[in-house]
Structures are given as structure tokens and as C-alpha cells.
Design a protein around this ligand. Structure first.
Ligand code: ADP
Length: 584
């Protein structure tokens, strides 16, 4: 700041005044080129506003003035070394007061004014952000203005020029957006340029007379006295000179309210600046967040794209598979259709075959019945005649003939039995009665009664459970019980005979079992024994024709049931069969 004050001081005239009382001793006033305050020509003749004011004061106080031209720095150094008595228009500030003494009254107030291009939008200091601002290279105000902008965070491009005229020209040619010009210079020259004056001003400075510290009290009093007189009188040469050099009729005094306004504006700007810093930080933070979010989004989008691609691929694979499967399916469908048609045909054929079979079975049964029925008559005739032959010619027949007749009678009797059995077998269908609700208890009682002699003879112990009611032909059911119980007695072993007859409900049907402790049957014969005329023993071992179980099977199947064998050789046999329950 001290440097700044020194520099600012250098733009003012330096006046050397030693003492008003010693009128003949010249007062040494240091001057250097500073238009329009001080102008020095080649012959070191001086003129300008400061010179006029000094002349007025000198004539009023009877002072002898001697101007000592030099550079700005030379003037300041001379003031420090007391080689001059006074220097005019030195900026008055806290710092400068420590180095020099000053008059109480100011010589001039000045500040820097921001000019803009014609019709510019720049209105406040913040509008300068990003703009090109021109100023005079050696201008202290320009340096201070740049510092101020920097403090407020307003970033600009700065162009340094040689003088204020160049700054105006730059603005006019639109090579800069704004330019900082001394207020006094501006007032003098602004009309010559096509530029606008903005509302932005800065760097207000008060210029006073400066003296070596503690040496020039009389001179200071004299100058204050004269300045007061000059400034009070509007027609004084002070104001005339001002008009002459600056084109302004009176000094513009920097009003107190403007200072306060500047302070308030400054504080507001500072607050705004702080807010902008906070906002900028928040913005930065947000931007960082946004960037990271953006990154996340990008990653997410890439991931989604990848997944989508995979999905598309999977989809096309799937479509291909579906196509393949569809064609496979349609071909297998065709096959299936074909198979179904074939099956239907087969079923149809089977139906026909079954119907044919049933018909031929019926016919066969019919035939067996008719044949066996019709065969009985000639067989009876054969037997009768054989007996007649035997009775009548008994005496005349030798023993061989007698034996032959016996064989023939026996054969005829066996044939008679066979035919009887065949007839009985075929009668299962032909003479079967329709089904009715049948209580099996009396049916079984009847069967056991019919076999009473055989049971008693064999000493068989018969146990029986409670019998159910079923839908059946009771006569045929009686035949089944009777066949199975008589077989159980017939095929007994060494142990006393034990027969157990039981019934057990299994869902919608009843299961009957007739179990014995007889000789038992090898299970490999479990199918064969149910065929007609199939026997496992000779007639000598056990009498019989091999028809009983075949008839049982036929009866059970006629009732919609099944019959099967459960047996173990030497331990006994069990014949079980099912009949649908009554109401099933
Ligand atoms: P038959 O009793 O007249 O021989 P079946 O048709 O009743 O004729 O029996 C067929 C064969 O089954 C019998 O010859 C016999 O070998 C065998 N069989 C039947 N029931 C039994 C039984 N309870 N124990 C052992 N064998 C049996």
C-alpha cells in the first residue's frame, strides 16, 4: 500500500515551498509530467491545473516559487531528502500520513471510472466476469481495480495500454469490453469517443499538498488558508482553472453518503462473493456428485446394453430353439396323429375281433352245448346196447369178449361224464341267471350242507367268517363254493383237514378265499389249473375230470371278478376270487 501511495503521489506536482515568511527564498516545488495537472515542455516551462492553483496561492501569500522538474521517483526522493519543500496532489491516506505532513484541505478528489462499449450490458462489477478490461499500465488505480476484481472472484482478461487515450480508442474499436479511466481525464475526453460511462467507479482518492515530516508547519498553514479562500469562492481562479483544464466547473466533492453507499455495496458484494464461493463449492460438490452419478449411469447403461444384447441373443437362440422344437413337435405331432389313427384302427379292429371272438365263443358254447346234448343220446344207446349184449350173450362170450365189453362200457361211461362236464361248463353262460342282491351266508351254508357227507368222512374242520351281500347269481355262487371246498377235501395231505372260508371287502368288491392245509400246488401251474380238463394228477391218484376250477373261473369272470391261486407245495392251497359288492 505504501508503494501504491508513493506511486500515486508521483502523478502529482511537487511543490517546494520553504517558508512564507522568507519570501525572497524560493519555495522548491517538485514537478513531473502529469497531464492535465502538470505539463512540462522541452524548455522545462510548466503549466497545468496544479501550477495555476500554486500561482494563485503564491501571489496571495507573496511566495517565490521555484519548480524543480524531475521524474516521479526523483520528486518523491527529493521530498524525503528535503531537497524540495512541497509536493502537490499526493494521495492522502493512513500510510502516506506516516511518511509526510499534509494540508488539512484537499487539492482535488479523484477516482477511476469504468467506461464500456456503446450500448453495453455491463452495469455492475460482476458483469465484467469473462470480459476484456483495458487500463493504463502505470495506473495505480488500474492495479487496485484488478486486485479488487480478483478479491471478488471476477475473472477478466486485462489489457495494459500506454495512456487513457489508448484505452478510449480500444473501447471504441470494440477491442475491449470495458476500460478504467481517471475520472478527470474521462470528463475531459469522453465526448470525443463513442463510448458509454458505466455505473462502476472505484479507487476514490483525495489529493493534498505533502511536506517533509515535521518541517513545514508555516507553509502548511499558509496553503490551507489560501485553499480555503480559493475553494469557498466559486469564481476563484481555482474553479476557472478547473474548467479550463478539465472542462468541469467545480470540484466534485466525494459525498459522505456515497462513501457509505460504497461501503454498503462493498459489504453486499463481499457477502455476495462469499455466497458465490459457498455456492461454487456446493456446485463443485454437486458437479462431482453428478459426474459420479453420470459415471454410474453410464456404467448402468453399458450394463443394461450388455444385458439387452445378451437377452436379444438369448431371444434369438430361443426363437431358433422354438422353431426347431416347433418343427420337431409338428413332425412328432404328425407321427402322433398317425399313431392315434393307427391305434384307433387297431382298437376298431380289436373291437371287431373281440366282437368276433365273443360271437365265436358264443357259437362255440352253443355248439358245445348242442353237441354234448345231442351226443348224450347216441352214447346212451351205445351203453344200453352194450349192456344188452352183455346180458343176452353172456354165456356165449369168452373172457376176452367180456373184458372188451367192460372196456367199451367204461369208455362210454367216461365219455358220458365228459359230455356232462362239458355241458355243465357251457351252461355257465347259456343257463346263467341274471344277478341279484345275494346274501352269501345261506349260499355257503347250502354248499357245506351238500358236502356234509364228504366233510364228515374226511373229518375236515371247516371255519368260516361272516359272508357279505353281493350282486350275483346265487346258484352259480353255490357251485363255486362247492367246487373249492370239495377240492380242499379231495386234495388233503396227511394232516387232519382244515378249511377256512373268509370274505374281506377290498374297495368296491369283496374278496373270498377258501384255504386248506392240503398237498398244495406248484405256482408254475397257477394258470393251467383253470383250463378245462387240465389236471395235475391221474384219475387213480385223485378222481376228477378237470372241469371244476374252469367252471369257477368262468362263473367268477361272468360276475366281473377274478380268481387266482395262492399256494405252497406240502403246506396247502388258497383259492381267492372277487365279486363286486352289492350296489357297486
Ligand atoms: P378235478 O378236481 O376234477 O381234478 P379241478 O378243475 O377241480 O378238477 O382241479 C384241477 C386240478 O387242480 C386238480 O386235478 C388238482 O390237481 C388241482 N387242485 C384243485 N384243487 C386243489 C387243492 N385244493 N389242492 C391241491 N390241488 C388242487
Amino acid at each position: 500500500m505504501k508503494k501504491f501511495l508513493l506511486f500515486a503521489t508521483a502523478i502529482l506536482l511537487v511543490l517546494g515551498i520553504s517558508c512564507p515568511s522568507r519570501a525572497k527564498e524560493p519555495i522548491r516545488v517538485g514537478v513531473y509530467q502529469n497531464k492535465p495537472f502538470v505539463l512540462i515542455d522541452k524548455k522545462n516551462n510548466v503549466k497545468g491545473f496544479y501550477i495555476d492553483v500554486m500561482k494563485g496561492i503564491a501571489s496571495a501569500e507573496g511566495l517565490n516559487i521555484k519548480y524543480i522538474p524531475g521524474s516521479m521517483w526523483e520528486c518523491l526522493e527529493r521530498l524525503n531528502n528535503e531537497e524540495i519543500d512541497v509536493m502537490m496532489g499526493v494521495p492522502y491516506s493512513q500510510e502516506s500520513r506516516e511518511s509526510y505532513d499534509f494540508t488539512n484541505l484537499s487539492l482535488l478528489s479523484n477516482w477511476a471510472q469504468v467506461y464500456t462499449q456503446k450500448s453495453s450490458w455491463i452495469e455492475t462489477i460482476l458483469d465484467l466476469s469473462g470480459k476484456t478490461v483495458a487500463g493504463v499500465k502505470s495506473d495505480i488505480d488500474f492495479q487496485e481495480f484488478r486486485f479488487l476484481l480478483g478479491t471478488l472472484g471476477v475473472e477478466c482478461n486485462f489489457v495494459e495500454l500506454e495512456d487513457y487515450g489508448a484505452v478510449f480508442s480500444f473501447l471504441e474499436q470494440r477491442m475491449a469490453d470495458a476500460g478504467l479511466i481517471s475520472r478527470v481525464y474521462g470528463l475531459q475526453h469522453e465526448k470525443k469517443y463513442n463510448v458509454d460511462k458505466s455505473a462502476i467507479i472505484c479507487c476514490p482518492t483525495e489529493y493534498r499538498f505533502a511536506f517533509p515530516k515535521g518541517k513545514k508547519a508555516d507553509l502548511i498553514n499558509a496553503l490551507d488558508r489560501q485553499l480555503e479562500i480559493l475553494k469557498r469562492d466559486r469564481k476563484s481562479m481555482y474553479y476557472r482553472s478547473m474548467e479550463k483544464w478539465f472542462g468541469i466547473t467545480r470540484e466534485w466533492v466525494f459525498p459522505a453518503w456515497l462513501i457509505w453507499l460504497s461501503i454498503v455495496i462493498g459489504i453486499m458484494l463481499l457477502v455476495l462473493f462469499l455466497i458465490s464461493i459457498v455456492l461454487r463449492e456446493q456446485l463443485k460438490e454437486k458437479a462431482v456428485q453428478l459426474i459420479s452419478r453420470n459415471k454410474q449411469f453410464e456404467e448402468e447403461i453399458n450394463e443394461r446394453k450388455r444385458v439387452q444384447d445378451e437377452l436379444l441373443k438369448a431371444h434369438s437362440r430361443l426363437e431358433k430353439r422354438v422353431e426347431e422344437r416347433t418343427s420337431e413337435l409338428s413332425s412328432s405331432n404328425e407321427l402322433l396323429k398317425k399313431e392315434i389313427t393307427e391305434r384307433k384302427n387297431t382298437e376298431e379292429k380289436l373291437k371287431h375281433t373281440t366282437a368276433d371272438l365273443a360271437r365265436s365263443n358264443k357259437e362255440l358254447e352253443q355248439f358245445a352245448y348242442v353237441a354234448s346234448h345231442d351226443l348224450q343220446e347216441p352214447l346212451r344207446m351205445i351203453t344200453s346196447y352194450l349192456h344188452l349184449l352183455e346180458d343176452r350173450y353172456k354165456e356165449r362170450l369168452d373172457s376176452d369178449a367180456q373184458e372188451f365189453i367192460d372196456y367199451a362200457v367204461d369208455g362210454a361211461s367216461r365219455m358220458h361224464d365228459l359230455i356232462d362236464n362239458l355241458l355243465a361248463y357251457s351252461r355257465v353262460e347259456t343257463h346263467g341267471k341274471s344277478f341279484e342282491v345275494t346274501d352269501c351266508n345261506p349260499v355257503l351254508n347250502m354248499a357245506l350242507t351238500n358236502l356234509k357227507i364228504a366233510i364228515e368222512k374226511s373229518g375236515a374242520a371247516v371255519t368260516r367268517g361272516e359272508m357279505p351281500k353281493v350282486m350275483a347269481d346265487p346258484t352259480q355262487l353255490l357251485e363255486v363254493f362247492q367246487n373249492l371246498v370239495s377240492n380242499a377235501i379231495k386234495f388233503r395231505g396227511a394232516d387232519p383237514v382244515k378249511i377256512d372260508i373268509s370274505a374281506q371287502q377290498k374297495g368296491s368288491e369283496w374278496m373270498f378265499c377258501v384255504k386248506d392245509n392240503g398237498i398244495g400246488i406248484d405256482l408254475k401251474h397257477s394258470e393251467r389249473i383253470f383250463l378245462i380238463f387240465q389236471r395235475l394228477h391221474t384219475r387213480d391218484e385223485y378222481p376228477g375230470a378237470g372241469v371244476g376250477l374252469a367252471i369257477c373261473k368262468k362263473i367268477v369272470e361272468r360276475h366281473g371278478g377274478r380268481i387266482w391261486l395262492e399256494s405252497e407245495i406240502g403246506k396247502g392251497s388258497g383259492f381267492c376270487f372277487t365279486i363286486p359288492a352289492a350296489g357297486a
